[in-house]
Design a protein around this ligand. Sequence first.
Ligand code: UD1
Length: 359
Amino acid sequence: MRVVSVVGARPQFIKAASVCRALRVRHEEVLVHSGQHYDYGMSDVFFEQLGIPTPDYNLAVGSGGHGRQTGEMLGLLEELLIEQRPDIVLVYGDTNTTLAAGLAAAKLGIPVAHVEAGLRSFNRSMPEEINRVLVDHISALLLCPTTAAVENLRTEGITEGVSLVGDVMLDTARFFAESVDAAPVLARHGVEPDGYFLATVHRAGNSDDPGKLGAIVSAFAALDRPVVWAIHPRTRKNLQAFGLDTVVAASPSIIAIEPVPYTETVALLRSASALLTDSGGMQKEAYFFGVPCVTLRDETEWVETVELGWNTLVGADAARIVAAGTTRTKPEARPSVYGDGHAAEAIVDVLERFCGGTL
Ligand code: UD1
């Protein structure tokens, strides 16, 4: 089996780390990096740390408006896929890279396999929601992490090619978590176990809106313990543009740091009192490690984390962020709703059965 896998943004590297490893045991993989993320700290360091093979191609599209960025990838991927003619194109998640790769392949009649299919926020103002809905509707194989995802697809009339495989981010977390030594990382940032919050903010709905970003900053400054905030480049630019960078710098409780590599994130997350985030993937990672999550959005695709009491949705409302951060709900039960840590093998199995004509 010959598979072209397309990645481009930070969360996709974390997912691909496990799938590449499982896939390459028996099959040929051509790895393509779209170049959507290009900073060393947003891209290269993940390949190095997670042992992801060097991409065979880097399209180097860089940043830009959604249309230009997606369109540029689409054209380049079409040429590449015509040349490569793989049996399957593997795409991950919900970024512009996912959409471009899915669309390029589907139009060439190459089957698309979508890892993390079926996720829905039911908020069409999120670019990611548009990407994931479109890709699900043009995919031959829908590789779902949760039963909720399978149900979402059924509601949209998609029942063929759907497999519940579990969550590949759990595979990656299990593979690397044991080797992480948290102590030096915490010491570097001057925090104690269970004595700080970890925060990330990058969702366009928050970071492009001065009112929302301002409310988030004021909440972080008002919390009862330090907030280690790993600031995404788009958020850093907007903090400056909105004049909020001075507020961050003046706050004694905000420890502003650059985006952190995977193992450092795991170290900081596992020892945190709670996670404050608008990331999708990190809500799950908090659940994997038994850390309460406060989600800076009004809805989530990872509904299990909320239903099970580990995640609180607070939007960009300063008072609610402070209240949830102070309460830090930590229920007793943490069932295995994201599979058994072997989602990557399950995915390879589905691809093999599809190519062998037995699915
Ligand atoms: C993208 C994904 C989002 C994912 C996130 C992970 C889309 C629509 N969004 O959002 O789903 O959760 O990646 O981080 O695909 N920038 C840099 N250096 C980089 C990359 C980006 O400085 O290496 C800055 C640029 O100013 C850029 C901005 O960040 O314009 C946004 O980057 P972009 O890739 O468009 O979206 P993300 O916000 O990273």
